[in-house]
Write a protein that binds this ligand. Structure first.
Ligand code: ZN
Length: 85
């Protein structure tokens, strides 16, 4: 059996945890750089106000209220043409 000093075992354990965290960090950073932050959300949750041109995130409904100008926006059929259901 391998004899390990207690402090060496703790050090190896912490190093292993650090390697796991850094590897997850690198994987998710590469994914965000490749696809951007917005593709993490479904496209139907991204709204574009027809009055003030503000882009915001809201629920997946047919009508949404713009948080900036408080106007009602209806989902456009043009946006859904490219989406697969
Ligand atoms: Zn607006």
């Amino acid at each position: 059996m391998i004899n390990l000093d207690f402090s060496l075992a703790i050090g190896l354990y912490l190093l292993l945890i650090l390697l796991v965290i850094v590897s997850f960090w690198i994987v998710f950073e590469n994914r965000i750089k490749r696809k951007g932050v917005l593709p993490l959300l479904p496209k139907r949750n991204i709204w574009h106000c027809s009055i003030c041109a503000h882009i915001y995130i809201d629920k997946e409904t047919e009508i949404s209220v713009c948080p900036r100008c408080k106007s009602y926006n209806k989902r456009e059929e043009k946006r859904e043409r490219g989406e697969k259901k």
